[in-house]
Write a protein that binds this ligand. Structure first.
Ligand code: FE
Length: 227
């Protein structure tokens, strides 16, 4: 509940200041600081442990990320179903790209923001979503934003070094792919339409939706078919 309350206020502030990003950084700082103090002893210990286990080859960053994502998957992500539809229905995809909010109403989803912008990954362009100021996120599609999405680390670094951040999620993009980072705000939310993986020909929407995890729709990972 605290989280919801916090975010509501942050978004009100954000809506207010929207249009010019400099100002709102200060407005947000006052709200966010108490949430982002120095890491606790447990955080430091768990990070150290993860680094050690990774260094020794016991676990990979990808495994840790996947496990954390699984923890979040107590609710089915509605965004997965919307994007799976876009994969199988070109007309729906056009509607989603033209007006994401309107397209979502076809699923009975009432988006919380004024606009939803769907951005499509292609062999040339990879899209990533952030809210550099707080935690604006397409909640009606993806649920609550994950902790990393709200972290200052992600918010600041993904803009300046998106490839490095993506690598930490286990996502390595070819050099010729352009990475576009989209900054969300209270009025405008984004969702990524990933590329449909090869080997999924003939899959139905339900099966395709399982590939469309939260992180793929934020753009920090890409969907893949296990071989
Ligand atoms: Fe925000």
């Amino acid at each position: 509940m605290t989280d919801t309350k916090f975010d509501y206020y942050a978004q009100k502030k954000h809506a207010h200041d929207h249009g010019d990003h400099d100002h709102a950084a200060d407005a947000h700082a006052a709200i966010e600081e108490p949430r982002e103090g120095p890491p606790s002893e447990f955080e430091i210990m768990s990070r150290a442990m993860q680094e050690l286990l990774e260094a020794k080859g016991v676990i990979t960053a990808e495994q840790v990320r996947a496990r954390m994502e699984q923890f979040e998957e107590d609710l089915p992500y509605r965004g997965s179903r919307v994007v799976a539809r876009a994969w199988v229905d070109p007309d729906f995809k056009q509607r989603l790209l033209a007006d994401g909010k309107a397209a979502c109403t076809e699923f009975g989803i009432d988006l919380e923001a004024d606009r939803l912008i769907a951005v499509e990954n292609t062999p040339e362009v990879h899209n990533v979503i952030v809210c550099t100021l707080c935690s604006c996120y397409p909640r009606s599609l993806l649920g609550m934003p994950p902790t990393w999405y709200k972290s200052r680390n992600y918010r600041s670094r993904v803009v300046f070094e998106p490839r490095a951040v993506l690598r930490e999620f286990g996502t390595v993009l070819p050099d010729n792919v352009t990475v576009r980072v989209h900054d969300s705000n209270a009025d405008m939310r984004y969702v990524v339409i990933p590329m449909r993986p090869a080997g999924t020909e003939g899959w139905d929407e339900e099966k395709l939706a399982e590939l469309l995890t939260r992180d793929t729709l934020v753009g920090v990972t890409t969907p893949g078919v296990a071989r």
